[in-house]
Design a protein around this ligand. Structure first.
Ligand code: NAP
Ligand code: MG
Length: 396
């Protein structure tokens, strides 16, 4: 069989622990036999981040900027215990944070749906993709407890002082901010991703109450949409839809899914947990970072699955779900194919996705899914990590 050729390399960001093991298995069993894989490889495993003073992470991010598409394995974000475990010279920053700040991107999360694992909301028949603005608001807030009460002001660069409250007694205050540039970047990432996936885009804030702050978000989205995206959306047959956050929540619950929901930072934090739970499993949740200028980094939403890795190290069998990591690869291969006009590569990516969901629908899955699976006439069977991949390969 001749392998599918690639013209431009994919930026490959390797990672840690169980997902690093799966990464290798996925390549060997599901990709390399079919694709003449071209990647520019960066090892973001913690030992290599330590060895390079974490330069490997920023190098990888700049490579994504250069080539346009990357695929990333889950990585450890070190804490005190990891500093000890890996004898680190420093508590290196979160690689995702580093890449995100270089690409200035927004993260989009979407579940992989399979027949047999029903979302808790029964009318959700298509995935809901959530986009969280990852800058500012309460996450960069300044807070104080005011024990005696008193007049509290906000001072502006113009020198103007705005009275927040003359507090009659003890209480709390908070100052938050956002930047036009960050909101505009968020808006462009959302509009780009909606076009790229041909899905409607919803955005919601509490602009009726927050007439300057939230209204600014609404206005920036509206201006950028009108001047840069409206005609492309029309051509693609998709819509941009703005509504009040309360209305959005009600509509999401009644919807069939199949759209992108853009959320302010706090809303996205909370709502993404609700959606992940309602759709069934973190192991089936994919994630893609999209920059305002249209660069893409695909990954799984879950972490390095440490508990399974320690089992693996003891020589015990694991049954770790590789679906989200497989879909990170297929997302990246399909996007690379699309940008290079390489239809064969796009087709292969879609075929691999279908082979993966078909395998589960036929009853073969990793053990985490067995308890969630319910399909008439099919008895679910939990298999080990590698046998699951081999079962998928049989369908390719
Ligand atoms: P995690 O790796 O997502 O795993 C938490 C638990 O969820 C697992 O122990 C497992 O439950 C279940 N799980 C997650 N993914 C699974 C899969 N693919 N198959 C089967 N079960 C799965 O989160 P964590 O334990 O909090 O974090 C571990 C490391 O990952 C940390 O060092 C953290 O810094 C890192 N992390 C990285 C990223 C990223 O790179 N994007 C994101 C989050 C966390 P059971 O143990 O019950 O089987
Ligand atoms: Mg959260």
């Amino acid at each position: 069989m001749t392998k599918i050729r690639m013209t431009t390399p994919l930026v490959e960001l390797d990672g840690d622990e169980m997902t690093r093991i799966l990464w290798q298995n996925i390549k060997e069993i599901l990709i390399l036999p079919y694709v003449d894989l071209k990647t520019e490889y960066y090892d973001l495993g913690l030992p290599e981040r330590e060895r390079t003073g974490d330069n490997v992470t920023s190098d990888a991010a700049y490579a994504i900027k250069k080539y346009g598409v990357g695929v990333k394995c889950a990585t450890i974000t070190p804490n005190a215990q990891r500093v000890e475990e890996y004898k680190l010279s420093k508590m290196w920053k979160s690689p995702n944070g580093t890449v995100r700040s270089i690409l200035d991107g927004t993260v989009f999360r979407a579940p992989v749906l399979v027949d047999g694992i029903k979302p808790l909301v029964s009318n959700w028949t298509k995935p809901i993709t959530i986009a969280r603005h990852a800058y500012g608001d309460v996450y960069a807030g300044v807070e104080a407890y005011v024990p005696e009460g008193g007049k509290v002001y906000m001072e502006l660069p113009s020198g103007e002082k705005k009275l927040i409250k003359e507090m009659p007694s003890a209480g709390v205050i908070q100052g938050i901010h956002n930047l036009d540039a960050s909101i505009a970047g968020f808006a462009r990432s959302c509009f780009n991703y909606a076009l790229s996936t041909k899905q409607n885009l919803w955005f919601a804030t509490k602009d009726t109450i927050s007439k300057i702050y939230d209204h600014r978000f609404k206005d920036i989205f509206a201006e950028i949409y009108a001047s840069e995206y409206a005609s492309e959306f029309e051509k693609a047959g998709i819509e941009y839809f703005y509504t009040l956050i309360d209305d959005a929540v009600a509509r999401v619950m009644r919807s069939k899914g199949g759209f992108i929901w853009a959320c302010k930072n706090y809303d996205g934090d909370v709502m993404s947990d609700m959606l992940a739970t309602a759709f069934g499993s973190l192991a089936m949740m994919t994630s893609v970072l999209v920059s305002p200028d249209g660069k893409y980094e695909y990954e799984a939403a879950h972490g390095t699955v440490t508990r399974h890795y320690y089992k693996h190290l003891k020589g015990e069998e694991t049954s770790t779900n590789s679906v989200a990591t497989i879909f990170a690869w297929t997302g990246a291969l399909a996007k690379r194919g699309e940008l290079d006009g390489n239809e064969e590569l796009v087709d292969f990516a879609h075929k691999l996705e279908k082979a993966t969901t078909d395998t589960i629908e036929s009853g073969i899955m990793t053990k985490d899914l067995v308890g969630l699976f319910n399909k008439e006439g099919v008895t679910p069977r939990g298999v080990n990590s590698v046998d699951f991949l081999k079962a998928i390969a049989e369908r390719l």
